[in-house]
Structure formats: structure tokens, C-alpha cells
Design a protein around this ligand. Sequence first.
Ligand SMILES: Cc1ncc(COP(=O)(O)O)c(C=O)c1O
Length: 468
Amino acid sequence: MTPRIIEPFRIKVVEPIKLTTPGERRDFLEEAGYNAFKLRGEDVLIDLLTDSGTSAMSAEQWAGIMRGDEAYACSRSFDRFRDRIQDIFGFEHVIPTHQGRAAERILFSTLCKKGDVIPNNTHFDTTRANIEYTGAKAVDLVIHEAHQPSKYHPFKGNMDIRRLRDTIAEVGPDNVPLIMLTITNNSGGGQPVSMRNVREVKAVAQQFGIPLYIDACRFAENAYFIKTREEGYANREIKEICRELFSYADGCTMSAKKDGLANIGGFLCTNDPDLAQQERNLLILTEGFPTYGGLAGRDLEAIAVGLEEVLHDDYLRYRIASTRYLGERMSLAGVPIVEPPGGHAIYIDAKAMLSHIPVNQYPGQALVSELYLEAGIRAVEIGSVMFGQVDPQTGEETPAAMELVRLAIPRRVYTQSHIDYVVEAVLKVNERKHEIRGLRIVEQAPFLRHFTARFARVANSEVAQSGV
Ligand SMILES: Cc1ncc(COP(=O)(O)O)c(C=O)c1O
């Protein structure tokens, strides 16, 4: 029998969660226009909307909050923050920011210009938006296996090296100011990147004289996948793996709301002193003095402690095992998911599960609604509501490549019995899946419509006409 992996912590503070009745949930969902973003947090029982900024902090982190030095400039808390980051990531210049996208904005507005091209395995939406804001183009060059939900690949977040070379050759290296790699690949199912792939990307970057940056949000989860899946790393410490991985990079952006185990914060790193100076000048303009960058001293402390705790073997073993547990229990019972389970989330293939609902009736959004109605669980659609392209002239819509529903697991927040409850709810919805109807949009904004759109159930007559 394989040994049981337990939560490697005990609970010191509890936050009650509210049980609601099916009737109440129906009313709340209708009020929210079938959009989970509009549900009040207190009406949600298990919140799997995101793993960002939702971690439970440890006693040591709370102690750090009390230690926070709120000196405007050159605080002790900044020294601890910088030292911890230098120790793990190995970069010389550490620039604090209020969250990941602020680091992205500063990096891209310093390096990119109109007409440039920035390759990544898959750009996260804020990365893409910040690049496009400078007039540059963000291109995704992940391996093709990443687009096949049911296919197993141990490092489905890897960059396609041939397409990377071809892209640089096509646009010219002078128009590629940096290459990025997102670890793990959030928009591609939370899938890891192998050390070998990082080395290969670095070799291409070096050949063309282009800096390599890592989007490091889930760096510890990625390092654990390298330790457990890649030859030669089983006996290496997680920190050593991180040190090696970042040694191939020229800098990184980071949202500490993920593997910083903090509720807010981020940073930008580089080894280039001139670039660091330009970045600090921009930082002062919008974020704050270079030793706090939009954060309080106490936030810097919480991140410094979180970055140390996230590297513990027992924490990472539990973290990856609990995500895998959720994925395996669902897939063994016949629920189609993106395989293999990722680090921070499970993605249900809603197109495969609700194959009777045409993509223009948003099977992902319909599944999100059913999970809430069934059990008060909040998930998020990552499909045509989020990424469908609407032609402004004709109003015609091109659907997204996949119709996924993401169940993101906040760090150290839910116990195994919460996860068992989620599995039971998903299986119950799966049993009655043929009764589920699609949705239509009744109100939407021209940009980022998924946050605010309102939906209604399609009428029975429209169901009969479906079949796309
Ligand atoms: C891969 C990735 N990069 C960047 C970000 C942006 O970070 P933040 O939300 O802290 O701005 C996120 C947030 O979810 C992310 O997942």
C-alpha cells in the first residue's frame, strides 16, 4: 500500500464557510447572470476560482508581518526580502513590485517597442496584454502535445525549439528583445517545463544574443516536477534545482501571490545593472521607492518567509499529490481532464464532457454554473467565453481552441475532505450531464468580457437546433 500523504501542517486559525441551500444558490446564480465572477465570495463554499493571492499564511509568516519594518527607504524587511530572493534565484538586482503584472509592465516597457516579437511557451493574459500595450507581438510556441488534452507528456509546458528558431529567423534577432518561459505553464494547464528544455531555449537565446526571462510564478512546483520526472534530479535539493534553472536566465518576473505563499506582492530581477537602473526609475514613477515597490515592509517579510517555506519537500510533495488526487479521482470515474494533472489546478475538458452542448452555447460556462448549483463550488471557464474572438463588424464569433474549466487549488487552504467533496460534486454533475443546457450571452463588454458578461439558459427550442 502506498503511504498516505497528509497535509504537512495543523490548523491554528479557522475561517467559517457558509453552507447554502440549492434554492439559494439558484437565486444567487441568476442574480449573478450565470457568471461566477459576480458571485459574492461569502456565497461560495469551496472557492477554486484561482490559486493567486489565496494562500493560507503560516505562523512564521504572520510573525514576519509583526516584524515588518515600515521605514520608507532601505528597511530591514527589504534586506531580508532581497537576500532570500538572491539566495534562491541568484540574480543580482531585485526590484519589488505590488504584484506580477507590475513587474511585467516595467520589464516590457523598458525592453520592447512596436514591431518586436516576444516568444513564450504560452503567455499568461497579463503578460500578453503588457507586451501588446507596447506595440510588440506576443507569440506562443509551446509543443504541440499541449493542445491535446488527453495526451500524456511529462513536460507539456516545454517550448517547441524548432518553432522558436524559425520565429527568430523569420523576424530577425534584432526584433526579439527577449525570450520568455512560463514555469509552470498556467495558460497551458499548469504543465511543467523540463530543465533540458530550459537549457535548449538558453542555447538558442545565446546563439542569437537574446536575453532569456522566466515567468517564475510557480517555480517551486515546476522544480518539484523536475525532481520527480526528469532523469538526474531525483537526489537534488529543490533549491539546487531552482538555482540551476535560474542560472540559465538573465532575469525573471514573479507574482509572489502564487509560490511566494503570500496574499500580495511580486518582483522583477535582472543581472544587468543598466537595465536595473532604468527599471528602478520607472518603479519610482508608479510603484514606489526601490526598496518597497508598492508593498508594505510587512508584505516583504511575508514573502521572504513564504519563499523559504515553498521549497520544503514535504510541502511540495503534499501540494502536487493533492492536485493529482483531485485529477485522478475524477479521471478514473470517467471525467475528461487535461492529462497529466498540473501543479496548481485541474482542468476539465468541458467540450468532451458536455459533448451535446455546441461550443457557441459555452459548455465550459454551463459546467461552471452546474458546479455552483450542485455544491457551491466556484470554478472558472477557460474557453470561448474567455478567448472567443468576436468580429466587431459581423458579430460572428470564432471559438477558442479548447473549452476547459479550471479548478485552481489555493495553497494550504482546503483539506482532503474538502477535495473529496469537490470530487463527489463533479461526479454527480457528470452523472446528470445530459440534462445540462448551454448558455447564451445577454450582455457583454467589448474587452475581457468573461469578467462581467451576463448569460441566460438557452431555450429548449435552441437545444433542439444545436449540433455544432
Ligand atoms: C503565469 C502568470 N504570470 C503572471 C501572472 C500575473 O500575476 P499577478 O496576478 O500577480 O499580476 C499570473 C497570475 O495569475 C500568472 O499565472
